[in-house]
Structure formats: structure tokens, C-alpha cells
Design a binder for this molecule. Structure first.
Ligand SMILES: Nc1ncnc2c1ncn2[C@@H]1O[C@H](COP(=O)(O)OP(=O)(O)O)[C@@H](O)[C@H]1O
Ligand SMILES: [Mg+2]
Length: 230
């Protein structure tokens, strides 16, 4: 049996809105193994984004633990957490979140600038540009490197976002409704990219509200009433 890469234990999360509170996660348990492609399916508002953000440490649970490679994120220093967010997980969002001021190549290598000093970056820049260009070529965008995101189609933008998420060779790719803004055929192309990445060993956790999309993953689990059901 392969090793767990992400494990959630007893996650609780609620949002307080004035006098009322919405209980989103209610003691959620989840284990993802290295090399898996897992789809988490749930209706709109069921807490999929909340869960994914907590797994990637973009948000914190009210209580409960997330383990990465058997290490508890609750025990991480802020420096270690920053490294986790920048290097060990990569995020892909429904609306791409690319920067229109930067060209495609710059968008992709941006994450590799974040963790470096200015001097460190100058030493690394050529290598970073090469890696970014290589990823873009792999996703069929070799002739789009100097385009701005607004000059691309939705499917092309999402492939740029996937290249960016992979720039720092993350252990886990976290995708939040990655095909939610795309037509069926283009969405399918994006799912094929995920399938190829997973075949090459990439661990992927994707959340979606769409059963047809979830079926592309190796394992489908369902989020209902703040927990995973089978
Ligand atoms: N920052 C927030 N403040 C208050 N309520 C929120 C916030 N984020 C999410 N919610 C609520 O929590 C529930 C789950 O949201 P979300 O995780 O975005 O669901 P999903 O991604 O499955 O559609 C929803 O009812 C939503 O309105
Ligand atoms: Mg969502």
C-alpha cells in the first residue's frame, strides 16, 4: 500500500455571519495516497473550496489536523508553512487567477521568484525561464509565451495556470472546479492533461460539483453534510 501524502483528521470549520453560523466541515476525515488522482464531489455550497483551501493551508480549520507526509501542519512555523504553500502544493482555480500585466512565460515562472532573494533569483532566472517554457511547450503553448492572459482562450488560460501550479514541482496539485468555466470539450482537454500528469506520478486532488467530470479521476469521494461519505 502506498504512503499517505495528505491526511485530514477531525476537521471542523464554520463561518460566523452576525448571530448565525454556517457549519461547513463537521469532523471531516480524509486520506490521500501518493500518486492518487482523487475527485471530491459535492453540491454547490457543500464546502469543497473550504476543504481544498484548508488542505493547501490557504485557510485554517477551527479545529482538526492536516498532515502532509505524516507531518502536522499545525506544528509548522510560518516559514515552513510558506514553503509548503509555495513548493509542496500547487493550486489551479476555476477562474485561472493569472496576472494580465505579465506575459504567459512570466506568469508561469512567478512562483519560483517568490522564495528567492534578488541575487538568488538572478542566478536562477535562465533556468526558471527554461523550465517554464518547457512546461508551456508540453501543454501545447510554445507559440504563446509572450501573449498576455487576456489574449488567450479559456482553455489556454487554464493550461497556463496548470503550468504555473507545476512550476515548483509540487507534491500535490489541488484543483478547484478547474473546468467550471469551460465548455465540455475544452474541459475534457484539461482533464486529459490531469490524467497524463497523474500517469507520470503527480498526485492530484480535484473538487467539482459535476459527476461526469469526477468520473475521470481514479477515485471519487463525496462531501455531504461536512463529511466524506462513501
Ligand atoms: N468567507 C466566508 N464567509 C462566510 N461564509 C462562507 C465563506 N466562505 C464560504 N462560506 C459559506 O460556506 C459554505 C461552503 O462554501 P464553499 O466551501 O465555497 O462551497 P463549495 O465550494 O462547495 O461551493 C457556503 O454556504 C458558503 O456560503
Ligand atoms: Mg467552490
Amino acid at each position: 500500500m502506498s504512503k499517505s501524502i495528505i491526511k485530514a483528521a477531525g476537521l471542523f470549520k464554520s463561518y460566523k455571519m452576525g448571530a448565525t453560523s454556517v457549519d461547513v466541515l463537521r469532523g471531516l476525515e480524509l486520506t490521500i495516497k501518493k500518486g492518487e488522482f482523487v475527485a471530491i464531489i459535492g453540491s454547490s455550497g457543500s464546502g469543497k473550496s473550504t476543504l481544498l483551501h484548508i488542505l493547501g493551508s490557504l485557510d485554517r480549520p477551527d479545529s482538526g489536523d492536516v498532515f502532509f507526509d505524516d507531518e502536522n501542519l499545525n506544528g509548522f512555523s510560518s516559514r515552513r508553512l510558506n514553503k509548503f504553500r509555495n513548493k509542496e502544493v500547487g493550486f489551479v482555480f476555476q477562474f485561472y487567477h493569472l496576472l494580465d500585466e505579465l506575459d504567459v512565460l512570466e506568469n508561469v515562472y512567478l512562483p519560483s521568484m517568490v522564495s528567492r532573494s534578488i541575487i538568488g533569483w538572478f542566478g536562477f532566472k535562465t533556468q526558471a525561464r527554461q523550465r517554464a517554457a518547457g512546461l508551456l511547450e508540453r501543454f501545447g503553448l510554445a507559440d504563446r509565451l509572450t501573449h498576455k492572459p487576456y489574449q488567450l482562450s479559456g482553455g489556454e488560460r487554464q493550461r497556463v495556470a496548470i503550468a504555473r501550479a507545476l512550476m515548483n514541482e509540487p507534491q500535490v496539485l489541488l484543483a478547484d472546479e478547474p473546468t467550471g468555466n469551460l465548455d465540455w470539450q475544452t474541459g475534457n482537454d484539461i482533464l486529459n492533461v490531469f490524467t497524463e500528469l497523474n500517469k507520470a506520478g503527480q498526485t492530484i486532488i480535484m473538487v467539482t460539483h459535476d459527476q461526469r467530470i469526477a468520473q475521470k479521476a481514479g477515485r471519487v469521494i463525496t462531501l455531504v453534510d461536512g463529511r466524506i461519505t462513501d
